[in-house]
Design a protein around this ligand. Structure first.
Ligand SMILES: O=C(O)CCC(=O)C(=O)O
Ligand SMILES: [Mn+2]
Length: 215
């Protein structure tokens, strides 16, 4: 088994983002045939909704979840909830194709023990954005984040441990995966306003799957 540094040097589809963070170009493409139908089924059971932040701002990104719990926000704060607040039912289970993809991407990035228990699903329509933030509502930061891009391309911003740290930008396309953990687990990141376009499979949207070990 080669180490992360060796893989970066020999494979142009692997891009170092920060200490502990790597961009795996096209990694999800070989999972697409299983992941897209599973995604459709999850969305039927738990439709996208625009949630409200504690400050009263309605998010431009529409969200849903699958897994043992879902990330939610409302006027009372951010948290993981075992039930979908819209229906009071448990979130749909994590499809096996989602699990296989997340575990394989994490392993490729050097996190062989990662087993996600939740997946936050983000839908960006043209104009939607996600401001710089840290993923910090999970119980144990020893586990990485695995993020998969589908549909329209987007600009991913990745900074450092402080909001004011310098930011690097990456164009994320359909099938790309980004994994961050270790030293960069709590680094600030975000997505700039989505440009309009028409993706051959997903149309006028970008979908992002964010796998976490939350509970
Ligand atoms: O859409 C993305 O690529 C990033 C999503 C994200 O950072 C999040 O859901 O916390
Ligand atoms: Mn995030």
């Amino acid at each position: 088994m080669t180490d992360l540094f060796t893989r970066l040097v020999v494979d142009p589809s692997r891009e170092a983002v920060a200490e502990g963070a790597i961009l795996l170009r096209g990694f999800a493409l070989s999972f697409e045939d299983r992941v897209l139908p599973a995604l459709r089924s999850v969305i039927e059971q738990a439709p996208f909704r625009h949630m409200v932040t504690p400050g009263g701002y309605t998010m431009s990104v529409a969200m849903t979840n699958c897994g043992a719990a879902g990330w939610v926000t409302d006027r009372s704060g951010y948290r993981y909830d075992r039930h979908d607040p819209e229906t009071a039912r448990p979130w749909p289970a994590l499809p096996s194709s989602f699990l296989d993809l997340a575990i394989a991407a994490a392993k490729e990035a050097g996190y062989a023990d990662f087993r996600p228990d939740v997946c936050l699903i983000n839908r960006y329509e043209p104009g939607a954005k996600l401001s710089l933030h840290q993923d910090k509502d999970e119980r144990d930061y020893a586990h990485p984040i695995v993020s998969v891009s589908l549909g329209l391309p987007a600009t991913f911003q990745f900074g450092g441990p402080n909001r004011i740290d310098p930011i690097r930008k990456y164009a994320l396309r359909h099938g790309d995966a980004v994994v961050w953990g270790g030293q960069s687990r709590l680094f600030y990141h975000g997505i700039t306003e989505l440009k309009d376009g028409d993706h051959e499979i997903l149309g006028r949207m970008r979908i992002n799957l964010t796998f976490r070990r939350a509970l």
